[in-house]
Design a protein around this ligand. Structure first.
Ligand code: ADP
Ligand code: MG
Length: 311
């Protein structure tokens, strides 16, 4: 099978040191699938990493004497793709060599086209970066023109737009690499959001949802399976309630019904289920799997995870 694997936060950890350990387990799970003969394209999230980079470059603007230019968010996403890609491709390479599998692995810095008229730009909803006091947040908002918001009782944060991905600029490069038998890491952090202006691509201040970008990539490379690896083995209805029920195999229509009933939390499980539905209904015989990193192999064998398929 041709598989797009979307790695969640727990596959990468929250800090540089956590990431170096986490990628070893992640690489092992990925190489298990390669060893079974699957073609694998890897994508990943970047929540904590882009937050850290954004924080670091912001601090820079405070500490240096002269007016240090603001580093755009699109550049922060690019930085996160490269350093996560560095750790991942290194770990995958090592795991392949340990198993005597000869296969190059590389990261493609990936730009993703978004629509400048996407309503998400009018309604920034994705919190990024560090937590601040209300006063500090409002000061920053005034100085830099940022939008800020209170984030779930934890403090104030900058919020950015999360527009829908329309196209992947480097998709032909991704195709060439996997067609040559190489392992590709692409679409990291949802991709670098860009707006098309004639021949020029202009970075935009947004963060694309990695689950939606992975879905688009799976469609564009004509994958058979989209695997979304996260912190739970299965999706549930009535999640966290006494009548919670884990979901095994569900049809696209069932999944849509559960979305409508509000079973999946916005910003965490909902985008995954929506991405899983979109991919499963995009073409005959495509399906999606949501499960834990360590259960990817069992999930493909139908032993666990939530599978969403088009009946
Ligand atoms: P990732 O970093 O993999 O994108 P998220 O934290 O964004 O992870 O989303 C996964 C989380 O969604 C799970 O750890 C779980 O706590 C939460 N979640 C919300 N609703 C559900 C649900 N209905 N079923 C399972 N998990 C859910
Ligand atoms: Mg998430």
């Amino acid at each position: 099978m041709r598989i797009v694997i979307a790695l969640g936060g727990n596959a990468l950890g929250n800090t540089l040191t956590e990431q170096m350990t986490a990628v070893k387990h992640t690489a092992s799970a990925i190489v298990d699938l390669i060893e079974q003969g699957h073609e694998v394209i890897v994508s990943h999230g970047n929540g904590p990493q882009v937050g850290m980079i954004h924080h670091a470059v912001n601090e820079l603007t405070h500490v240096v004497e002269q007016d240090f230019p603001v580093i755009p968010l699109s550049v922060c996403v690019a930085m996160s793709q490269s350093y996560i890609g560095y750790d991942l491709q290194n770990a995958i390479r090592e795991e392949l060599l340990n198993r005597s599998i000869v296969k190059p692995c590389a990261t493609v810095i990936t730009q993703v086209i978004v629509d400048p008229n996407d309503p998400a730009f009018q309604n920034p909803s994705k919190p990024i970066g560090r937590f601040m006091s209300e006063q500090e947040a409002k000061k920053l908002a005034k100085e830099k023109g940022y939008q800020v918001m209170e984030d779930a009782g934890r403090g104030w944060r900058r919020v950015v737009a999360s527009p829908k991905p329309l196209d992947i600029v480097e998709i032909d490069t991704v195709r060439s690499l996997f067609q040559a038998g190489q392992v590709v890491i692409a679409g990291g952090g949802g991709g670098i959001p860009v707006i098309s202006q004639g021949n020029h691509l202009k970075g935009t201040s947004a963060v694309i949802d990695k689950d939606f970008c992975s879905c688009l990539m799976a469609e564009l490379v004509n994958a058979d399976l989209l695997i979304i690896l996260t912190a739970v083995e299965k999706c549930a209805i009535n999640f966290g309630k006494p009548n919670q029920k884990w979901l095994d195999n569900i049809t696209v229509n069932q999944a849509k019904e559960y979305c409508k009933q509000g079973h999946f939390a916005t910003g965490s499980m909902l985008p995954k289920v929506q991405a899983a539905i979109k991919f499963a209904e995009s073409k005959k015989d495509r399906k999606s799997l949501i499960t834990l990193l360590e259960k990817a192999k069992d999930g493909i064998d139908g032993k666990t995870g939530t599978i969403i398929y088009n009946s």
